[in-house]
Design a protein around this ligand. Structure first.
Ligand code: NAP
Length: 260
């Protein structure tokens, strides 16, 4: 079976971890399809990457929380006869605050982006990877995936979905040549905190956040080596390990306190 020129699709490529992943992948000679909502930012990034690295980079703006926008993105990729060899489901956001007073539309958008879009794009591009007997999918979860998050309940639950979904697929695809990586960063210094309306979170005072570049480098290497679960830093790994033995009555007030 022959495929057209292979590309890597990165969602949320206009800033933070997704942007740094785009730069690293261009440096490693991947052709790229970049998507996010910010059209001008994406166009500039694509132009710079083409100029600096001699790769092909296509920007397709889309609001991935909207089904028709996802269909347009997929349609454009299909019309251009692009083979998605690697998929990075990175776009996502969180929202800090009590669930009972939260904005329903924001919750809905978060679920659509963090869960539905990631699942939809995986469903769309996985069959071609399987046929090609090669491919990589990296889903960006968080260490939040390993625990319930009082005062950020929908976000933590959405990342628990990403983790469970990714690990299940890794099991389904064993021996197929397609590898699924679930990247679970701890706190990272990006626009994420501002969008989530963090004011002075105890969490960030306690833990020195990683840079987006560090996480992108770690994620890229994990994805390319086919690692199933990628948790950066010994502190985060230790925390995830400790959570296995910690009762919820200890974890829940602790996480709530960290978010206050
Ligand atoms: N920063 C952290 O502490 C941290 C920790 C663990 C996990 N993560 C995860 O890492 C991933 C990347 O976040 P980040 O920290 O790099 O944050 P970021 O700088 O805010 O980047 C988020 C990206 O997602 C895009 N995006 C947001 N809403 C979108 C929508 N409706 N449709 C399409 N694209 C959309 C944004 O672009 P536009 O605004 O242009 O659409 C942007 O490119 C997220 O999944 C996040 O949950 C972050």
């Amino acid at each position: 079976m022959s495929f057209s020129k292979p590309y890597t699709l990165i969602t949320g490529a206009s800033s933070g971890i997704g942007f740094e992943l785009a730069v690293i992948m261009a440096f490693k000679s991947h052709n790229l399809v970049l998507t996010a909502r910010s059209e001008e930012k994406l166009n500039n990034i694509a132009r710079q990457l083409i100029k600096n690295h001699g790769i092909d980079a296509i920007s397709i703006p889309a609001d991935l929380s909207v089904a028709t926008d996802r269909d347009k993105l997929i349609g454009e990729i299909r019309n251009r006869n692009i083979h998605i060899e690697n998929l990075v489901n990175n776009a996502g956001f969180g929202d800090l605050g009590a669930f009972e007073t939260s904005d329903w539309l924001k919750n809905e958008e978060m679920i659509q982006l963090n869960i539905t879009a990631l699942t939809h794009l995986t469903r769309e591009f996985l069959p071609d990877m399987r046929k090609a007997k090669s491919g990589r999918i990296m889903n960006v979860a968080s260490i939040a995936a390993f625990m319930p998050g009082p005062l950020m309940s929908v976000y933590y639950a959405s990342k628990a979905y990403v983790l469970s979904f990714g690990e299940a697929l890794a099991g389904e695809l064993a021996g197929s040549g397609v590898k699924i990586t679930t990247l679970c960063p701890g706190p990272v210094e990006t626009g994420f905190q501002k969008k989530a309306e963090f004011k002075d979170p105890a969490l960030l005072k306690m833990i020195k956040p990683a840079t987006a570049l560090e996480i992108a480098n770690y994620g890229y290497n994990s994805m390319m080596s086919g690692k199933r679960l990628a948790i950066n830093g010994w502190m985060n790994r230790f925390m995830v390990f400790g959570l296995r033995f910690s009762p919820r009555w200890v974890v829940l007030p602790l996480i709530k306190r960290l978010h206050q």
